[in-house]
Design a protein around this ligand. Structure first.
Ligand SMILES: *[C@@H]1O[C@H](CO)[C@@H](O)[C@H](O)[C@H]1NC(C)=O
Ligand SMILES: *[C@@H]1O[C@H](CO)[C@@H](O)[C@H](O)[C@H]1NC(C)=O
Length: 631
């Protein structure tokens, strides 16, 4: 499916069966099984008589979010203390203008401050993390330089993700990897690295295994022997309860990391293969699993477990959901000024009823102990280890320049086509899912808020005005082109409720100046192709990816909130105001240039290399005495 969602949108039960089957069966038996299952699936989808429609197809209840004084904020459950996030003070000029200028200034500073030499990079590393860099950091530096990587210091998310693991013994982490890979139903790709090569890889689709190997090929000789667990689901799966997480982080930050930092002359080499690591020729069978399979069930209660108790999402009462709106949104319309805070689900309990993953994810194998699972994207409160998606590396949604056109030739509209993925819909659950919320709201017949300049040309004063949403219907072209991931009754109800358009080709998107990109079951795989195009990208994303420090909202794309009171103005200003039009083209091309520099396969490899060096140290019994400190 071009412009499609991830292949994960097939029923997980089917996929689970296939994956298990694949390991255990010979290929001929496997083909027969696939044929049978395919036939069964088609019968279920196409032959079953459509049940009667639910009568209630009225509008949605918008998520209620009452702005609130920020309390102590959390960095998505991963650390206990985090800097507070306050809305910027707006002056008279248009909020978008101000957000763009501020973000560009901050980004310029980041660019200017990148380390120029290995010595500087080591010093910067020690300053940021209070640790020596891992062994072979010099090899990483040479690799990054040879590949022409732009940002050599911006890898904080690796540190934040791996910190809790420093609270566990290396042998415990290794044992958990072995345990996870030993049980077929865990839906993991296992990669066993021995003697600088992938000795065995198994458990996923061929393209993903091939891409995962390919991404490591050029640096694998610098990695230690280790077992890696890659999630084959798009959905993340590790959530450690808040109290356990705080204890792990405390052990890491108060004991283990300072101890490693105090070593005067760390050894710049890995330890020999530990005795508990197999020779890598096979996966040891394990009969039990700590992963629970909760596909198609609500996940909010699980997802918020890692949030600190004083965050809004840990409220003990039911009833109105009081988001900490100020932590990420500014002004009455609520432009997103802080994407990190926006995607921090601990601040936004309303996501429990407006986001598909929390309603019923399409696939979900969950564990509450800290297991080392590499996932392609995650929700803030999850403890999966995010790595650059092989989906991108393999070019699953490529950008074809020939089909794109000049900015001036594109239509003045924001465009989106896609499917109802985001969650599985049962008993009307689609009303609580984000894509449906967005398509419904944008095409609704209600009032919308925009900003009008009540001041002069030199002293602008942008004030809120209510207008019929239909006044702007010419600039919105946002529709579903496919209904899926639903019980038959829910599918029918959605086909009835929404105006479903024809399936689109990827090239169709290039006809429009403005492109919407929105999370599906997890991250949206078309984001990079959109950024590389000559169109301006709007992004609504709660899922976090490896690139979160490399791609900046308001500099490379326009961030959107889930509440959506700012959506009309966010398009109207760019499409309709003189200064907005100029900015639109400029930011579109700025995003495109930057994407060409930082989203190449080389960039993904460099980031992955650094992550795997860190992980390699984590599972080394000598992790407190090894490291790189200089020539
Ligand atoms: C954005 O919010 C996060 C907390 O989620 C905070 O750590 C960070 O400092 C904030 N950034 C800015 C620029 O306010
Ligand atoms: C790119 O698009 C052009 C024009 O639509 C087409 O002729 C060409 O085959 C495409 N190239 C690739 C690699 O898909």
């Amino acid at each position: 499916m071009l412009l499609g969602d991830h292949e994960d949108s097939v029923l997980p039960s089917l996929k689970t069966i296939l994956t298990c089957a694949r390991r255990r069966m010979r290929s001929r038996q496997f083909l027969v099984l696939v044929a049978l299952l395919t036939f069964a699936a088609f019968s279920v989808f196409y032959l079953r008589a459509p049940p009667s429609l639910p009568s209630d197809t009225n509008g949605f209840k918008p998520p209620i979010s009452i702005p609130k004084i920020p309390k102590q904020l959390s960095a998505g459950g991963s650390t206990a203390e985090a800097p507070k996030s306050h809305p910027p003070t707006l002056s008279g000029s248009h909020p978008i203008w101000q957000l763009v200028k501020d973000a560009e200034q901050d980004f310029e500073k980041i660019l200017e401050h990148q380390s120029k030499t290995l010595e500087e990079a080591v010093a910067e590393y020690r300053k940021r993390y209070g640790l020596p860099p891992p062994p072979n950091f010099d090899k990483w530096w040479d690799f990054a330089k040879a590949k022409g990587v732009q940002l050599v210091d911006e890898y904080d998310s690796i540190y934040h993700t791996l910190t809790p693991f420093w609270g566990l013994k290396p042998s415990t982490i290794r044992a958990r990897a072995r345990e996870a890979l030993g049980f077929d139903g865990n839906n993991l790709i296992g990669a066993l690295i021995r003697n600088g090569a992938v000795k065995k890889i198994n458990g996923g689709r061929e393209w993903q295994e091939e891409a995962t190997k390919g991404m490591m090929k050029d640096f694998i000789k610098y990695l230690p022997d280790m077992d890696l667990c890659f999630n084959i689901h798009d959905e993340p799966r590790v959530v450690v309860p808040s109290d356990d997480l705080s204890r792990l982080v405390a052990i890491a930050k108060d004991e283990k990391m300072p101890a490693a930092n105090a070593v005067e002359k760390p050894r710049n080499s890995w330890s020999p293969k530990p005795a508990d690591l197999t020779d890598g020729s096979r996966f040891e069978d394990v009969k039990t699993t700590r992963f629970n399979v909760f596909a198609h069930q609500p996940t909010w209660t699980h997802s918020r477990m890692s949030c600190p108790p004083d965050t809004p999402s840990r409220n003990l009462e039911d009833g109105p959901k009081e988001d900490n709106f100020d932590s990420y949104a500014v002004g009455e319309l609520g432009f997103v000024y802080n994407q990190t805070a926006f995607s921090d689900i601990c601040q936004s309990p309303s996501f429990s009823e407006s986001y598909g993953f929390f309603d019923r994810p399409n696939a979900y194998n969950l564990v509450h102990d800290l297991f080392p699972i590499f996932s392609q994207s995650k929700i803030s409160s999850y403890n999966d280890i995010v790595y650059p998606s092989p989906w991108y590396w393999y070019g699953k949604v490529p950008y074809n320049e020939t089909a794109d056109m000049l900015w001036s030739e594109k239509q003045d509209k924001i465009y989106w086509r896609g499917s109802t993925t985001g969650g599985f819909s049962r008993d009307g659950g689609w009303r609580r899912q984000h894509r449906q919320h967005l398509v419904q709201k944008i095409n609704a017949g209600d009032q919308a808020k925009i900003l009008v300049n009540r001041g002069g040309e030199t002293s602008e004063d942008w004030q809120v005005k209510e207008v019929p949403r239909s006044d702007f219907k010419e600039i919105f072209d946002i529709y579903f082109s496919y209904v899926g991931q639903c019980d038959p009754g829910d599918c029918d109800a959605q086909k009835e409720f929404f105006d479903i358009k024809e399936t689109a080709k990827q090239e169709d998107a290039w006809n429009y100046k403005y492109l919407l990109d929105i999370d599906g079951n997890a991250f949206s795989g078309r984001f990079y192709a959109f950024l590389k195009s000559r169109s301006l990208v709007y992004k609504l994303a709660i899922f976090r990816e490896w690139h979160e420090e490399w791609l900046k909202p308001w500099v490379h794309f326009i961030p959107l909130s889930l509440r959506g009171d700012e959506w009309v103005e966010a398009v109207r200003w760019f499409a309709g105001e003189t200064s907005g039009k100029k900015e639109a083209e400029r930011i579109a091309l700025q995003g495109r240039d930057w994407a060409d520099k930082v989203l190449r396969n080389e960039d993904l490899e460099v980031w992955f290399f650094r992550l795997l060096l860190e992980y390699g140290r984590l599972v080394d019994d000598d992790r407190e005495t090894i490291g790189y400190t200089g020539a």
